[in-house]
Write a protein that binds this ligand. Structure first.
Ligand code: SF4
Length: 357
């Protein structure tokens, strides 16, 4: 048992390594000068998260429950007071805070209390990454009244079959697809258009068409998708699986941007016989201009005051040498690489094995 196992929420939280570096609580420099604009906090409990998502290092089903890895990076534990005292100092460039719930009986009450506290103390907009398996009707209203500015649901998989396999019944986990979508529908009502989002992980075995249809489903509710590339997380049951192929991720990123910003709809897009995107439903020269801008390939997440995406999670879905979501404006050589990746059709979707149960 690590020393951190005695430091649990609500007095303690995990802080993404990027946020800890931003606040000077950990040393280090970001590759290519990337800067984080979101204070990403994660509730923490003895034994880790009690769900069993096959791709997550926090899952109780990964064997130890003591890992500190989540979305591939270290999440060290700090007291809430220490974090807040650092945030109160100016110069960190933070434009949002986010609280991620995990599967634990007290997570909702702790998240609600922490939301109220951060809203009052920091003056930053607060996102809450809710866990539909631990909330009931009316809880989203309570979170909004506590000060949450946005709510997000991590559906993660593009299809019900994959959801069931990697986090639902077949994985021995508590999460249910229908419940997740019901929560997104409630978030649309409680938080309103463009004030809620859906986390999706590309590369868990879905086709490009399936991912595009799911992104459209979120947008049709009024939300936006925050899409990550699957990159195997040490300590998870999928740690040996292949990462999402860059070519597939680039095409899904481009489609997501078009759908989320109303430039095209999934019905305008065309696919080949393997359900890979071959037409994006936008006039060629306008599409070329958009690709040249690099914007579709930057991290997607909750917005900031100055930045389109405050939550840019530097290198959260791929290492600096193999970037999937760019946490900064792309430069000419990045655009060149992205254009090459977009045109590759030889990379296959990962054939992920069933997680060991
Ligand atoms: S995109 Fe970032 S800020 Fe928004 S809910 Fe997800 S983790 Fe939090």
């Amino acid at each position: 048992m690590t020393e951190d196992m005695n430091k649990t929420s609500p007095d303690y939280v995990r802080l993404s390594l990027a946020a800890a570096m931003t606040l000077g609580l950990r040393s280090g420099l970001f590759y290519r000068g990337a800067r984080l604009h979101c204070l990403n906090l994660l509730l923490t409990y003895e034994g880790g998260c009690r769900a069993r998502c096959a791709y997550c290092g926090l899952s109780a089903g990964n064997g130890s429950g003591e890992t500190e890895n989540f979305i591939r990076v270290e999440w060290p534990v700090f007291s809430v007071e220490e974090v807040l005292s650092r945030v109160r100092l100016s110069g960190h460039g933070l434009e949002r805070a986010c609280i991620s719930m995990v599967m634990h009986p007290q997570a909702l009450s702790h998240a609600t209390g922490l939301t109220r506290y951060l809203d009052r103390e920091l003056g930053l907009p607060v996102s809450i990454l809710v866990n539909p398996s631990t909330i009931r009707e009316g809880d989203l209203e309570a979170l909004r009244e506590a000060g949450a500015d946005m709510a997000t649901v991590a559906v993660d998989t593009a299809t019900e079959t994959l959801f069931d396999r990697y986090r639902g019944r077949k994985a021995g986990g508590p999460h249910r697809w229908d419940r997740y979508w019901r929560t997104l529908e409630e978030a649309a009502i409680v938080f309103g258009r463009d004030k809620f989002g859906c986390h999706l992980i590309a590369g868990l075995g879905e086709s490009e068409k399936e991912m595009v249809q799911t992104i459209q489903r979120v947008r049709s509710l009024g939300g936006r998708s925050h899409m990550f590339a699957f990159y195997p997380e040490p300590g998870s049951r999928l740690e040996e699986a292949a990462a999402c192929a860059p070519s597939r991720f680039r095409r899904m990123q481009l489609a997501r941007f078009l759908i989320d910003y109303g430039l095209a709809a999934s019905g305008d897009m065309e696919y080949d016989e393997q359900d890979r995107l071959v037409c994006f439903g936008m006039e060629a020269s306008a599409l070329d201009d958009l690709v040249e801008s690099g914007r579709p390939f930057m991290t997607s997440g909750c917005p900031g005051v100055m930045h389109e995406c405050a939550c840019n999670r530097p290198f959260g879905d791929g290492p600096p040498g193999d970037i999937r979501s760019y946490p900064f404006q792309l430069e000419a050589e990045d655009i060149h690489l992205v254009k090459k990746q977009l045109a590759i059709y030889s990379e296959q979707p990962a054939a992920l094995k069933e997680p060991g149960l």
